[in-house]
Design a binder for this molecule. Structure first.
Ligand code: GLV
Ligand code: MN
Ligand code: MN
Length: 426
């Protein structure tokens, strides 16, 4: 590929990325949902999520960008190109967090998009194409499962009403929370949902923390993401019968917790992988009636299964229901799949542009796959897609101690700015 980053503009662009402004914004966002030890709990479509969106909108408007929202409450900030009719380049990520999350997962990609576009403008550069920054609704799936609802609906992967009846732990439906959000943001111009007409992007670039240890271990600055491993989510409901913990003979019980233990043991055997590539997680267990001296009559647990190869993910995932059924001794169970994101390879265009931008900025890139899922996964059928990773301290993520330094983040934003500039001038 030829070097299309305008070299002459690169030093000015790099200098315009404001490390302390970006850091201050991230720390400002981290106060919204702050939990002990620098953590963040900002679930999708909550009051805290709304406050974070409002803050972002304020910064975007100050920077001269226009704001709009779609029917999934995906939020868009638009920098106009010299040819406003040209299709845009899209960048962004998500603003919701895990319940015990950190300060960078998702939110950095949104703040970095804004910083990159501001840097382009403040360096006095123009782009032929518009650049749009998106904050996708509910990427984490912590409150309403699964994750990536905003991007799945936007890209056409799933119908937008697919999750209407999904409830959070308080019984609030996704539809009710979404409608409330849209009503509270009724002042924002509504745009059509999806890559329709002139909204269809020519490329999508998402900046994100690595969430793993490779960049740090190899002393590298930038991950050039080549693709994303596949994920499948299931929910298992085990039905038994409640009984007195002191009086009912163990042999006569229909104890949903004991059958859950048998099912999870059988699933551990099914998913055992000496090479540790297949990832199997039970992350949430709900027990009813959840009291010490009663036998449980209902257990619901979640399964998160991941692998980079579609065949293995299919084979192991398809065996889950039968494995659960054959492990049960006294109860009945249903297994429901609620997320299936196939492994994805990014075509060369965006990764090449990211790698070239990193080299041009004197940074050390590494081509690597993503173990986490991202909204970018669902953009692949829509347009050339790629991601930029920055190092995560100790590889830790989905935890309050998640950390990337201000300088490492600014380096990632410089790569994003150079990549956007290049793509938006094609
Ligand atoms: C995203 O948060 C993931 O779980 O991979
Ligand atoms: Mn994320
Ligand atoms: Mn996450």
């Amino acid at each position: 590929m030829t070097d299309r980053v305008p070299d002459a503009s690169l030093p000015a662009l790099a200098a315009s990325v404001d490390e302390s402004r970006q850091w201050a914004r991230l720390m400002g966002m981290a106060t919204l949902g702050a939990i002990p030890e620098d953590g963040v709990n900002r679930a999708a479509l909550t009051e805290l999520d709304r406050q974070a969106r409002r803050l972002l909108i304020e910064w975007a408007q100050e920077a001269g960008l226009t704001v709009s929202i779609d029917d999934m409450a995906n939020l868009f900030l638009r920098h106009e190109g010299t040819d406003p009719a040209a299709e845009p380049v899209l960048t962004g990520s998500h603003m919701d967090s895990q319940p015990n999350g950190g300060r960078f997962d998702g939110i950095w990609g949104v703040v970095a998009g804004l910083e990159a576009v501001q840097a382009i403008r403040e360096a006095g550069l123009t782009t032929r194409r518009p650049i749009e920054i998106v904050a996708w609704t509910n990427e984490e799936g912590g409150r309403f499962a699964p994750g990536c609802m905003g991007s799945m609906a936007w890209s056409g992967h799933s119908a937008p009403n697919t999750w209407d009846a999904v409830t959070d732990l308080n019984g609030i439906t996704f539809r009710a929370a979404l409608d409330e959000q849209l009503a509270l943001e009724a002042d924002l111009p509504r745009r059509p949902l999806g890559p329709v007409g002139p909204q269809r992007p020519v490329a999508y670039v998402e900046a994100h923390i690595e969430q793993g240890p490779r960049l740090e271990n190899d002393l590298l600055d930038i991950g050039v993401v080549t693709g994303i491993q596949g994920s499948r989510w299931f929910v298992v409901d085990i039905k038994g019968r409640s009984d007195h913990a002191g009086t009912s003979p163990v042999s006569l019980r229909q104890d949903a917790v004991q059958d859950m233990v048998r099912a999870i043991n059988a699933l551990n055997t099914l998913t055992h992988d000496p090479s540790d590539v297949l990832r199997f997680t039970v992350g949430r267990i709900e027990v009813h009636p959840n009291t010490s001296n009663s036998v449980a009559d209902h257990v619901r647990f979640t399964i998160d299964l991941r692998h980079p190869e579609a065949d293995i993910l299919r084979e192991k995932g398809d065996a889950i229901a039968a494995t659960v059924q054959s492990a049960l001794q006294h109860c009945t169970a249903t297994v429901t799949e609620r997320f299936n994101a196939l492994p994805t390879a990014f075509p060369a265009l965006v990764p090449d542009a990211v790698e070239q931008a990193a080299h041009a900025l004197g940074l050390r890139p590494l081509r690597m796959p993503s173990g986490a899922f991202h909204d970018a996964q669902f953009m692949v059928p829509v347009c050339p897609t790629g991601m930029i990773f920055v190092p995560s301290k100790g590889g830790i993520s989905h935890h309050p101690s998640e950390y990337t330094s201000p300088g490492q983040l600014a380096a990632g934003t410089r790569v994003l700015a150079a990549t956007l500039l290049e793509l938006a001038n094609r």
